[in-house]
Design a protein around this ligand. Sequence first.
Ligand code: GAP
Length: 440
Amino acid sequence: MAEDLMTKIVSLCKRRGFIFQSSEIYGGLQSCWDYGPLGVELKNNVKRLWWNAVVKERDDVAGMDASIIMHPKTWEASGHVENFSDPMVDCKKCKQRFRADSVQGKQCPDCGGELTEARQFNLMFKTFMGPVEDATAVVYLRPETCQAIFVNFQNVVTATRLRIPFGVAQIGKSFRNEITPRNFTFRLREFEQMELEYFVREEEAPKWFEYWVEERRKWYGEMGIRPESLRLREHGKDELAFYAKRCIDVEFKFPFLEGGYGELEGIANRGTYDLSQQMKFSGADLQYLDKEKNERFTPAVVESSGGVDRSILALICDAYHEEEVVGETRVVLRFKPKVAPIKIAVLPLSKKAELCEPARAIERMLRPHWETFYDETQSIGKRYRRMDEVGTPYAVTFDFDSINDKQVTVRDRDTLKQVRLPIDNLMKFFEDLFRRGAWE
Ligand code: GAP
């Protein structure tokens, strides 16, 4: 059942232009995926809604956008050079490599060949900077975005004069050479993270940790993910990094995962470890000066670290519905309007010029304000279904009566309710509708 559902979702994503396999014409590149015309709109909406909630609507968080390649010492300081590895086993016969925890026993799950003992395999992508490819030129593609925030801590403090508690946030690409990546876009080698590092006095970190867990849980709900699809899971002592005091994951019930739930985001109280390590390796002063108290200290950090791609996959899986409408199965993505890549479809009832011209004029009127889509091909029923399948919340139809009465029909994707409205009132109608966020 779950496999069947995922096959349908992957197929819809390709057919409708949400997500394509990377380099498909060459047979694809494992664990790299491309966002198509609708996928990029959905992705931009997710990132914008995160940025609004975490940076723009707050006065205690500043944003930044750092380069992907950083000084290699950054990754020595963070522990990634030494510890960011998974134990791997190789098949002596077919040469496949597996994560040790993903196979049972000593036999290759693919060909039955004998497996080697487990060896550590670093997950960072390595490359060379400059013309000489030797050990002194090694650099890495960042495996997480947050280290750029730590190394820029003093720059941000000086530039913004933010006072503790405050945060620095960033959205950007990260790279991990994941082994046995699977499950569509759940585990990628190139992915995007949305990370917030919130700097606090160490004694206040537990309070801020609770605060950010709740804020972040709420955000996924506001994006439209149903409460029954989400859960919070606290890390056990054995899972926590040695420096972390607490970590709670926001998890989503993915249809394809054994055990059901998979991580969307981790919220962690990381103590003073990150800034201390970057200070130790760089020799720079990343302490904070509280001028009022004349006190200098290393702030602790509460981190919220989420994945753009996993949020998108969760939104698509949660929004996907199949239902019976007048004897036919309709597939509908029930995206919230603010998440939907297309907000309003404008559809002339038929391809006749006397309907198409005024319908195009309506689309041109709406386009500067909302993402619109004009479509005059095939039957109106088929066009409604196509818009349902990509999650477009509203459709405006211009029919033969519209020519004389200057009214159009507006259809709601979820309830299938329709209203007839004067064209002159359309702008006001949609302004109110999008402000409310729902038809009722
Ligand atoms: N700075 C902390 C950090 O990077 P993480 O738990 O390794 O923590 C945070 O990653 C989030 O990034 C995850 O919750 C997930 O959403 C996303 N993520 C991590 N690895 C990923 C991968 N291989 N593919 C897709 N998303 C990934």
